[in-house]
Design a protein around this ligand. Structure first.
Ligand SMILES: *Cc1c(COP(=O)(O)O)cnc(C)c1O
Length: 463
């Protein structure tokens, strides 16, 4: 748009009719502890520190962009979930949120189980020593090779996602002379209050077998008839970034209803139900996530109540938080590059990463916060959009936020709550080198996933 044609610039509201960003909610120097990992704080000079190490030192040693993960926070969250659910329930960490061998060892030490959904995740889990019986294998289109490996290595459960898979897994298990423990994933017709692309329990989508029309009951019939399968329960996962427990209530009620129907038809009470993951975290100060103990109590109350009214023994509950464990424990550190003030609109702040290290903003319209972390500032707040360095105008990291007006190239800024679905969804777009993940704990920092190099890129490109 030509500036001279609009000397005053377009009015903000014309261009961003949704904008209500007249002023930041709080002092930009104050870190909202809700969105930052637990050991994050500012030191006497105003620089952000995590695990006792300043971002300046981290940037110098590990470069930017990079993800810094607060290991003690990660472990504390694992323990909080395990303690909240207690010995009569199982917590499976959803590995797709972020998985590395170090993470697998932490999970193992903290007593959690692990969900995987690909051969690659299974390899990582087994290589780092997770006992196979503590692993659950998910996916709507597991390959025969993946099923073979899951059965051979003795994973604790395979979550069956289609009629074809019921037969496929049964045959493979029989060929190996085992009875594979399985659950059937059902879609309960609940749409979680979240972005359309990440809602998974309404019926018009690829996951699971619908409760509606008796599909799930038919799947149970077939699974029970096959010698290669030991049906241990029913699984339901209703979406992502959910704050309202109402969706889980409906889901639990419908799953228990199915257990009652199974009891009536087959004379057996399945011992387990899995209510999936999807619990929300705070990406911005507006978000108010629940604590694991509140979630555990809500879920166990509803399952107990529904089972009592259906005259069923209460099954063992499992849950699968991914984001709620790893999401808040990490932030992405970027160096500020070019700064482009667009008069009457906002200021575009470019960083040295972008959609290759955080695709969620472009993919889901996700919201993030951002802070100047190499120093504090008393300058006025300015409305910014933090963008990456990729050749794509949708390459946005933080859509709307405030940073101090004296922001300058070379400043370090950080985006909190990037532990989940950022490194695990990272790409090499524009031949970007995927950033490292650095675990920080008690004054020590160590790389757990190293930065990609140009040699890595060339190694795959075989000419
Ligand atoms: C993605 C997924 C999870 C984890 O979701 P979060 O939002 O990270 O908690 C759990 N279970 C299943 C089956 C999933 O597909």
């Amino acid at each position: 748009m030509s500036r001279s044609a609009h000397p005053a610039g377009p009015r903000h509201a014309d261009v961003f009719p949704e904008a209500h960003y007249s002023a930041p909610a709080a002092d930009l120097n104050v870190l909202d502890e809700k969105v930052w990992a637990r050991t994050v704080t500012r030191d006497a000079d105003g620089a952000l520190t995590v695990g006792g190490i300043t971002v300046a030192r981290l940037a110098e040693e590990f470069g930017t962009p990079a993800y810094f993960l607060d290991e003690s926070d990660f472990r504390a969250r694992c323990r909080a979930w395990a303690d909240a659910f207690g010995p009569d329930a199982d917590v499976f960490y959803a590995g797709k949120a972020f998985l590395s061998r170090a993470v697998v060892r932490w999970l193992k030490e903290e007593g959690l189980n692990l969900d995987v959904c690909s051969g690659g995740e299974l390899t990582t889990a087994l290589d780092a020593g997770m006992p196979a019986e503590r692993i659950a294998f998910h996916g709507n289109n597991k390959t025969v090779a993946e099923i073979e490996r899951a059965v051979e290595t003795g994973v604790g459960r395979i979550v069956l996602d289609s009629f074809q898979e019921i037969v496929r897994v049964a045959h493979i298990a029989q060929r190996h002379g085992v009875r594979q423990r399985v659950q059937i994933r059902v879609t309960v017709g609940v749409e979680a209050h979240t972005h359309e692309f990440i809602a998974t329990a309404h019926e018009d989508q690829k996951f699971g077998i619908a409760l509606a029309d008796g599909q799930a009951a038919e799947a149970v019939r077939r699974a029970l008839a096959l010698d290669g399968l030991e049906l241990i329960g029913v699984h339901s996962h209703i979406g992502s970034q959910i704050f309202d427990m109402a969706g889980f209530e409906v889901s639990a009620r419908r799953v228990v209803q199915l257990l009652a129907e199974i009891r009536d038809e087959h004379g057996i009470e399945l011992p387990e139900i899995d209510l999936g993951g999807g619990l929300g975290i705070a990406y911005t100060s507006e978000d108010d996530p629940r604590e694991p103990h509140e979630i555990a109590k809500a879920l166990s109350d509803i399952v107990t109540r529904e089972c009592e009214s259906a005259n069923l023994r209460t099954p063992r509950i499992s849950v699968e938080p991914g984001r709620a464990i790893v999401g808040p424990t990490a932030f992405t550190l970027y160096e500020v590059g070019t700064i482009k003030p667009l008069e009457g609109l906002r200021t575009y702040v470019s960083v040295d990463g972008g959609m290759s290290d955080n695709i969620r903003t472009a993919l889901y319209d996700a919201e993030y916060s951002v802070a100047l972390v190499s120093r504090t500032s008393d300058a006025e707040p300015m409305l910014v959009r933090v963008v990456g360095k990729h050749c794509e105008s949708g390459d946005i990291v933080v859509k709307d936020a405030f940073l101090p007006a004296d922001l300058a190239p070379g400043d370090l800024i950080a985006v909190p709550a990037t532990g989940a679905y950022c490194r695990s969804m990272a790409s090499n777009y524009n031949h970007a080198l995927r950033p490292p993940v650095v675990a920080v704990r008690d004054g020590e920092a160590r790389v757990i996933v190293r930065r990609e190099t140009e040699e890595d890129l060339l190694r795959l490109d075989v000419g």
